[in-house]
Design a protein around this ligand. Structure first.
Ligand SMILES: Nc1ncnc2c1ncn2[C@@H]1O[C@H](COP(=O)(O)OP(=O)(O)OP(=O)(O)O)[C@@H](O)[C@H]1O
Ligand SMILES: [Mg+2]
Length: 246
């Protein structure tokens, strides 16, 4: 009876190498020799369906394509090939609050982040107190966000993201910097979301958390699906491979 929340078909994303603005002569010659027109394939034909009510983890080494895949699901990045269909209201929390302006206060960023998430100003005003309380940042809310610790920043981003009451939550390492009490609190909120048939996609290097929290996990390697299946089995296989590679 599971119905899909996200259907990604044959997703391929290529990045073109950036041109060095201040190339040294040696590097310029090197580039001419190697004709640096090679594209980087960040995702290579990834097929995936994530169901409603599912907590889905994505793991893999640095540069494997996890964040790129999340951005495709969030529709902030258009794939070069393939299609993605998302069924539900999505809140995306990519590494530490995209859309925030760190020069402004926490208060202003709640407004900015809320508007970026699709809330109306009146809705944000209504939810303002509960967002600040959830984040536990009453004492710092009028300070510029650039003076926040990374944990404070992630509290604010998570609180704003949840205020949208999403059905689908995309998380990229957002909880990694939260302290124990905030992590417990956010985990409880996420379990409530799942209980209401919401969907969570969780990108993290915190493997024990992934194994414990997720139902299924995808292991990406160099832009390809290396393995997909029951959470602890995939995490274990990944850990074994990492150990063998050492
Ligand atoms: N905007 C970009 N321009 C060029 N290359 C990019 C861009 N974004 C990502 N890449 C490249 O795509 C590949 C996948 O990157 P991605 O950020 O998805 O990895 P990741 O699995 O999230 O890694 P990490 O664990 O370090 O967060 C990397 O080789 C990266 O250098
Ligand atoms: Mg990443």
């Amino acid at each position: 009876m599971s119905s899909p929340a996200i259907v990604a078909k044959d997703i391929t994303v290529r990045f073109r190498p950036m041109v060095d603005r201040n190339p040294t002569l040696r590097r310029s010659i090197g580039r001419m020799r190697h004709r640096e027109t090679q594209e980087l394939v960040a995702l290579d034909g990834v097929d995936l369906t994530i169901n409603k009510g599912e907590a889905f983890g994505i793991i893999g080494r640095n540069g494997a394509g996890k964040s790129t895949f999340l951005r495709v699901m969030a529709r902030t990045l258009k794939p070069d090939e393939g299609s993605v269909n998302v069924y539900g209201k999505t809140s995306t929390l990519l590494q530490l609050g995209v859309g925030f302006n760190v020069q402004l206060s926490g208060r202003r960023n709640i407004l900015l982040g809320g508007l970026a998430a699709g809330l109306r100003k009146s809705e944000i005003d209504e939810k303002y107190d509960s967002i600040v309380e959830y984040a536990g940042l009453e004492y710092a809310i009028d300070r510029p966000v650039r003076t926040y610790s990374s944990g404070m920043f992630s509290r604010l981003a998570f609180a704003v993201g949840m205020a949208l009451e999403p059905n689908i939550l995309l998380l990229d390492e957002v909880l990694a910097v939260g302290d124990e009490s905030f992590r417990n609190k956010s985990m409880d909120t996420m379990r409530e979301l799942l209980a209401k048939a919401g969907t969570i996609v969780f990108v993290s290097h915190a493997l024990p958390n992934v194994a414990e929290f997720c139902d299924r996990v995808m292991w990406l390697e160099a832009g390809k699906v290396r393995m997909i299946g029951e959470a602890s089995a995939v995490v274990e296989a990944y850990q074994t491979a990492v150990q063998e590679a050492r």
